[in-house]
Design a protein around this ligand. Sequence first.
Ligand code: GLY
Length: 351
Amino acid sequence: MKQDVIFTNDIEEALSRAVYAVGGDRCYVLCDEHTHQLVLPRINSPYVSQAHTIVIEAGEEAKSMRTVERVWQELCDNGATRHSMMINIGGGMVTDLGGFAAATFKRGMSFVNIPTTLLGAVDAAVGGKTGVNFAGLKNEVGTFAPARSVVISSRFFDTLPREELLSGFAEMIKHALIDGSSHLDTLLNVDVTSCRGEDMLCMLQQSIAVKQRIVEQDPYEKGMRKWLNLGHTIGHAIESHSHRHGRAVPHGYAVAWGLVCELILSHRLLKLPSEVVYALAKYIDNHYGAYAITCDDYDELIELMQHDKKNEGDKINFTLLHRIGDCAVNNAVERKEIEISLDFYRDLFHL
Ligand code: GLY
C-alpha cells in the first residue's frame, strides 16, 4: 500500500497538488464542529472555501453509522459522484469516519486527509485503516482504504491542549521503540509541549516513516503490522477501564502506560534490557503521571485484554520487544505474567 504523505506547513499548495493528482469532478470537505470553527478559516484554499462542507459532531460518541449515513445523505443531496473527492479535516475521528464514508460511497470515492491533531497525524490519518464504532466496540466496522494523499502539517497544533500533544507523542515513542535506539534517545530528550513548527515537522517525518515502512510491507496486518500494536493490548484495557470507572484518560496516555507494562513483559519474557524499561518509565512518570490501579483491578483489566479484537482463540496476544528496534509478534502470555507486569508497573510508579 503506497500512500502519498506530504510534510509541509504550506497546506494550500499541498492541497492543490493532491486535488490535481486525483482530478475529480467536485470536492467535499468533512470536518467536525471544532475544526469547522478553528481550522477551516485558517486554510486559504479555494478547494476548501468553494467545497460543500459537511460538519459532523465532535467526539467519539459521533463516530457511528448514524453519522456515516448523514454524510452519505449530504453527499447524495449535493451531487457527489464516484469521481468526487472528500477532504477530511480533523483528528482521528474525522479521518477514520470520513475515510470510511468516502471508501464506501458509490463503492468508493477518493479522499485526502488533513489531520489537525498530533495523534491523528502520527497514527490514524496514515496507513489506510478507516472505520466507526459499533455495538459499543471501538472501530468495529471499517475497511482498509488508503487516502490518496495525507497532508501532514504542524500548523494547527498551537490550539491543541497539552494532553492532546502528549497523547500523540506516546504513539511517536512507540514508533521509536520499534525503530531504534537513536530515535528513542532523541524523543526522550524532547518536551513535546514546547516543540512547534519545523522541528515538529521533522520529528513527524521520522516517526511516520516508521509506520509507512511497516504498512507498505503488510497493509492488511497479517504479520509485521502487528508491531504497531506494541503497548496497545494493556493500553486499550487501561483506556476502557478508565471510561468504565468515570475517569477517562486520553488514548495516548493509556498507550504510554501500556508501553511501560509491555516493556516489563518484554524484559521478563524476551530479555529486553532493564535500562530500557527504567528509562521509559521515568519519562512517562515525569510527563504523563500514573494511572492509579490496585491489585483489585487486575481481574477487570485482564478481562478487558481478553476482548481485544486482535486476539486469536482464548490467548492474549502481545507484541513485545527483544531489543529496541527488534519486535516479536504473537506472544501468548500467561495471566500470571500479566499480573506480575502490573505489580512492577505499580512499583515503578509508586502506586
Ligand atoms: N494504529 C495501528 C495501525 O494502524 O495499524
